[in-house]
Design a binder for this molecule. Structure first.
Ligand SMILES: Cc1cc2nc3c(=O)[nH]c(=O)nc-3n(C[C@H](O)[C@H](O)[C@H](O)COP(=O)(O)OP(=O)(O)OC[C@H]3O[C@@H](n4cnc5c(N)ncnc54)[C@H](O)[C@@H]3O)c2cc1C
Length: 387
């Protein structure tokens, strides 16, 4: 069986892996001059492949899409992903937060070994080929001039719409909508937010992290770290709340994020520690000496007019754009695909990875779902060929 995979990111390459392993002929096409650019970019942050937490909690991270993604996550679990990476010589380890990384803390050695294995299995990789859609049954590509190809099965693995300079720009939305496939609008996910920092605060504190804090929004509290930026806030703890914060800003024009600067102390302990500080000291000095707050944390209290270290309210007024979002929400509506991610409007065409409408926080959940949906679709194609 001749299978064409369009998109050489982690999802597309995983499809090629499964299908070539089952003895099928696979050709992978990508518009960029080299494959998996976003995967390599993810490697700059250590390449958080997946997460080691209990499976049920893991599945719950996909929110509204959890039920639809569960079968694929069961078919290719976080444990399977680790075993696969280990098999490519990229031995993985569990970090203190439960996140899983390759020991090399980057993507390039794993990608190199993976591409070699695919080449050895006869997978052909066609780069700088821009997919434009269909002409009747044929796939239309462009590289200097247009050409068409035909395949027994097609897998689209074109990614979401964040970081478009890495290849995936969501341009496929128009193509698929024209074929009757419903696509939800893209929105930035795992993204920073704008605040109205004063110029003085920006000059002094942009680029500084607030560590070991807790953030609360919409009844959910997350511990972690926030990076203060020129325009606002970003970082892991923010990303974990980013879907709810984004939706609130879209609805109300703002979202009030509450920061606890000393989550390890209860209110009584804070009062008693401050009470023991010298009354001659300024408030800033008492906060520093009695509670160990950093100059940036103290400045944040001044900036926001907060009086309680456990409840510093920061008003977020805007969502930063898709250009720098780690991932995008939106994409092909999950009602428009079968359990194995075949497009109902286009039989024989499958869609996998971030182009489907699911979102999850950072923590390895993004790559895991890309790999799991890819395995699910590729196995379905391999099984249908056997039948
Ligand atoms: C800075 C950053 C850090 C990240 N870190 C992590 C992390 O640590 N852990 C984690 O789980 N996730 C992380 N992610 C997210 C993760 O990288 C993505 O979710 C994942 O790469 C999506 O995989 P994909 O295969 O679905 O799409 P992509 O990786 O986006 O691949 C899609 C491919 O399709 C190609 N393409 C698109 N349109 C066309 C077309 N018309 N014709 C031909 N080719 C086309 C693109 O060139 C691209 O190569 C990070 C993302 C970013 C931006």
């Amino acid at each position: 069986m001749q299978v064409v995979v369009i998109g050489a990111g982690p999802a597309g390459l995983m499809c090629a892996e499964v299908l070539s392993g089952a003895g099928h002929s696979v050709a992978v096409y990508d518009r960029m001059p080299s494959p998996a650019r976003k995967f390599l970019m993810a490697g700059r942050g250590g390449l958080n492949l997946t997460h080691s937490e209990p499976f049920e909690r893991f599945v719950s991270r996909y929110g509204k899409a959890a039920a639809r993604l569960r079968p694929s996550l069961e078919a290719f679990t976080p444990g399977d992903l680790r075993a696969w990476a280990d098999g490519l010589g990229a031995e993985s380890f569990v970090g203190s937060s439960g996140r899983v990384f390759p020991k090399a803390m980057k993507a390039s050695p794993l990608l190199r070994a993976w591409l070699q294995r695919l080449t050895d299995r006869g997978v052909s990789l066609h780069l700088r080929q821009d997919w434009l859609g269909w002409d009747d049954e044929k796939l239309v590509f462009e590289q200097e001039k247009r050409f068409t190809i035909q395949a027994d099965a097609v897998i689209l693995a074109l990614g979401g719409a964040s970081w478009p300079r890495l290849g995936g720009d969501g341009g496929w939305k128009t193509i698929l909508e024209a074929e009757g496939v419903p696509v939800k609008p893209f929105q930035p996910s795992n993204v920073g937010f704008n605040t109205g920092w004063t110029q003085l605060f920006t000059e002094r504190h942009a680029g500084t992290p607030l560590k070991t804090i807790a953030l609360t929004f919409g009844g959910k509290t997350v511990r972690g770290e926030v990076m203060l930026t020129r325009h606002g806030v970003e970082g892991g703890a923010i990303y974990a709340l980013s879907a709810a914060l984004r939706d609130a800003i879209v609805r109300h024009g703002h979202a009030d994020l509450v920061i606890d600067l000393r989550p390890d102390l209860n209110a009584g302990q804070v009062i008693s520690k401050l009470g023991r500080a010298s009354p001659k000291d300024s408030l800033s000095n008492r906060l520093r000496k009695a509670l160990g707050l950093t100059p940036t944390a103290i400045a944040l209290m001044h900036e926001t007019g907060a009086t309680d270290v456990k409840a510093v309210t920061v008003r977020l007024t805007g969502v930063q754009g898709l250009d720098r979002a780690i991932s995008s929400a939106g994409g092909i509506a999950l009602e428009a695909v079968s359990d194995s991610f075949e497009l109902k409007a286009l039989p024989g065409v499958y869609a996998v990875g971030e182009m489907l409408d699911w979102e999850a926080p950072t923590g390895g959940y993004l790559l895991q779902a890309c790999f799991s949906t890819a395995v699910m679709a590729a196995r379905a194609i391999a099984n249908s060929a056997q039948a």
